[in-house]
Design a protein around this ligand. Structure first.
Ligand SMILES: [Zn+2]
Length: 73
């Protein structure tokens, strides 16, 4: 700009600011599914735990102590 009258800064204005920046993407979802295969089944009644057997849902297993159906621990 050869004029040099000093009116206003150059290069600023709407349109320069936004754009790339804080994206909203995000990495995966957190939390949730921490229960994979294996693990334990827990008795909701007495709190006993047994190893979870693959292929056998916890609710099909009975507590060795009190016979209550186990739940996924
Ligand atoms: Zn029990």
């Amino acid at each position: 700009m050869p004029r040099g009258d000093g009116t206003g800064p150059t290069g600023q204005g709407p349109g320069t600011g936004r754009g790339l920046g804080h994206g909203g993407g995000g990495r995966g979802r957190m939390g949730g599914q921490s229960m994979g295969p294996g693990g334990e089944c827990v008795c909701p009644s007495c709190g006993a735990k047994v190893d979870h057997k693959l292929g056998v849902p916890c609710y099909e297993m009975s507590c060795p102590k009190c016979g209550t159906k186990m739940v996924r621990g």
